[in-house]
Write a protein that binds this ligand. Structure first.
Ligand SMILES: Nc1ncnc2c1ncn2[C@@H]1O[C@H](COP(=O)(O)OP(=O)(O)OP(=O)(O)O)[C@@H](O)[C@H]1O
Ligand SMILES: [Mg+2]
Length: 202
């Protein structure tokens, strides 16, 4: 078993084709709230992954989870993080459209990712298909506002990690419209979310 990532919220290990994700305890949180939050996020991530599998959405296959150990065991998605793929080179337009397509499929099914960044996406080594990861902050919601904020956070993440490719988000929007019948309403709301973001400076 090898440690592959130790982020703010979780530590991840790889072991014979599987990923073990353990949600970490945070010393600054009150202990009972810390436990409740980790339990909630572990269960939520498991539930969303199960739903995504039913929908045939490209995300890791969940093998098991435990809300005692605060862990998930899922299959490895072989490939490279989209963040490094985009920083290296070609094919931006198609990848951005695939990103938008995936977000559109999630929103069509009232699933909000909650942390859309190119570090939470992997281009599958064999199929080339774009897979999404990291559903610990996701939620089920049909609200236009929640969907617009999801897209806004992606737009901001692209601006900061991929500022050398300012055209990416436009392509994301094209893919989004293709996959999601109610995209128009969300994109209209996105304009308001942007205005609010500008006014508050964040
Ligand atoms: N199923 C998977 N297959 C391949 N790699 C994975 C898988 N799940 C997670 N990873 C890798 O581990 C990293 C961290 O996983 P994840 O994003 O789920 O946790 P995190 O708590 O957000 O960690 P971080 O704070 O580092 O973003 C991912 O960016 C990805 O590189
Ligand atoms: Mg992550």
């Amino acid at each position: 078993m090898i440690k592959i990532s130790h982020g703010a919220e979780a530590v991840l290990y790889e072991d014979r084709g599987t990923i073990i994700k353990e949600r970490l305890s945070k010393a600054y949180r009150l202990p009972h709230l810390d436990e409740a939050l980790r339990k909630f996020r572990t269960r939520r991530e498991a539930k969303v992954l199960q739903r995504l599998e039913e929908l045939n959405f490209p995300a890791p296959h969940l093998r098991e989870f435990s809300d005692k150990r605060m862990s998930l065991i899922m299959d490895v998605v072989p490939g490279e993080k989209l963040k490094s793929v985009l920083q290296q080179g070609d094919d931006h337009t198609q990848l951005a459209a695939a990103m938008g397509n995936n977000v559109g499929k999630l929103h069509q099914n009232d699933i909000i990712h909650g942390d859309l960044t190119t570090s939470n996406m992997i281009q599958h080594a064999e199929t080339g298909q774009l897979h999404f990861l990291d559903f610990g902050l996701s939620s089920f919601s049909g609200k236009v506002e929640d969907k617009a904020v999801d897209l806004y956070l992606l737009e901001r993440a692209l601006e900061s990690a991929h500022h050398q490719h300012p055209e990416l988000f436009e392509k994301v929007v094209e893919g989004y419209k293709e996959a999601y019948s109610d995209a128009g309403k969300v994109l209209e709301r996105l304009q308001e979310v942007r205005k609010r973001g500008r006014n508050k400076g964040k």
